[in-house]
Design a protein around this ligand. Structure first.
Ligand code: SF4
Length: 355
């Protein structure tokens, strides 16, 4: 792959091979396809910037099907930035529980507080980007979808589609290739409908130009695609040296007494999941007596791939730092995803969640 040249070279107006990729010619077929084939999702059709921000933040690193029920619950409970800014953090975390990457929830709350202070949702790309947790991608998505501003998005789906359309053979994680793809995305962007165009390109990546098996015969851009012309689309984008996941083992204990479960709330200053409730790890309560193995599940956080064993155990007194939690309280508290999975495995009630 390394010595192959990209077919698309910014600034050249003629094709480098028999198949031409011309950014502007992709607009019409892509938008027509989007109009016809897009999935009906609850955040489509709204131009409320707060609702769009919520959906975009939830969609970061989380699949669409998992986000839909959370989004619906959120806009019902927090229809405005003011509603979220006024809410207790525990309520926010409980609603977010199971969606993962909890820094997103805390940043959303800080963003809501800033919007309340400003008196209105900011209306420029630069101002939107100043909100907590908002980077280039989210600011471009909100600016284009809510306010019709000409900012192209570049997320994982768009990187994949553009790498294939241009037969880009450089490392897609490198800043030089990303800058090149951003330039192409800017050139492609339909200035009359930037929000629809951005969503169309992301939708193409999510439903047709799939990571493993691109559905080229169904693709509205098949006649514009240099990767398909070369037959290299399946090898693109190039991502060398993908790091192996780290395999880790974890043992959780389900200790119950008088219908209550032994749990611990993570402290404010713990690096991850501060404020969430979790089951005890066996290494933290060596005095517990194991009774029965309840099962095992997998749990991944970034590169860490945990194999989690769950044991039923006995213990007379709650050790320091732990509390007995009733089954009713379990439904209200923000639970760490491992606790949610372990309790579900043991048939204990937990609030709806994907984790
Ligand atoms: S033709 Fe195939 S590889 Fe090219 S953009 Fe369409 S789905 Fe992706």
């Amino acid at each position: 792959m390394g010595d192959r040249l990209s077919l698309y070279q910014p600034g050249l107006s003629s094709p480098v091979s028999h198949r031409m990729f011309e950014p502007r010619q992709c607009r019409e077929p892509l938008l027509e396809w989007y109009q016809r084939s897009r999935r009906e999702l609850p955040w489509r059709g709204t131009s409320d910037p707060w609702h769009i921000l919520l959906s975009e933040v939830m969609l970061q690193q989380t699949r669409v099907v998992a986000v839909v029920p959370y989004y619906l619950r959120f806009i019902e409970r927090f229809p405005t930035p003011q509603a979220l800014a006024d809410s207790p953090e525990q309520e926010l975390l409980a609603l977010w529980s199971g969606l993962g990457y909890y820094a997103r929830a805390r940043n959303l709350r800080r963003a809501a507080q800033s919007i309340v202070q400003l008196g209105a949702f900011p209306e420029s790309f630069e101002q939107i980007k100043e909100l907590a947790g908002v980077g280039d991608y989210t600011a471009a998505a909100v600016a284009s979808i809510a306010f019709g501003l000409p900012h192209a998005v570049l997320d994982g789906n768009v990187v994949r589609v553009l790498s294939r359309l241009t037969a880009e053979c450089g490392d897609a994680r490198s800043s030089s290739v990303r800058a090149k793809l951003k330039q192409i995305a800017d050139e492609m962007l339909d200035l009359d409908r930037p929000g629809d165009f951005n969503q169309a390109l992301m939708e193409l990546g999510a439903t047709i130009c799939l990571p493993r098996q691109p559905q080229c015969l169904l693709c509205p851009l098949q006649d514009h695609c240099a990767g398909r012309a070369q037959g290299t689309q399946g090898e693109l984008p190039v991502k060398p040296n993908k790091r192996e996941p780290i395999k880790l083992a974890l043992e959780l204990l389900l200790v119950e007494k008088d219908g209550r479960v032994l749990m611990r709330q993570r402290g404010e200053h713990e690096p991850q999941l501060a404020g969430f409730w979790e089951l005890p790890e066996s290494r933290l309560i060596p005095g517990a007596r194991r009774m029965a193995r309840l099962g095992e599940f997998r749990h991944s956080i970034t590169r860490n791939d945990y194999s989690v064993e769950v044991w039923q155990a006995e213990l007379m007194r709650a050790p320091k730092g732990f509390r007995w939690i009733t089954l009713e309280q379990l439904l209200e508290l923000p639970l760490a995803t491992t606790a949610r999975k372990a309790l579900s495995l043991a048939g204990r009630p937990v609030a709806d969640g994907v984790g």
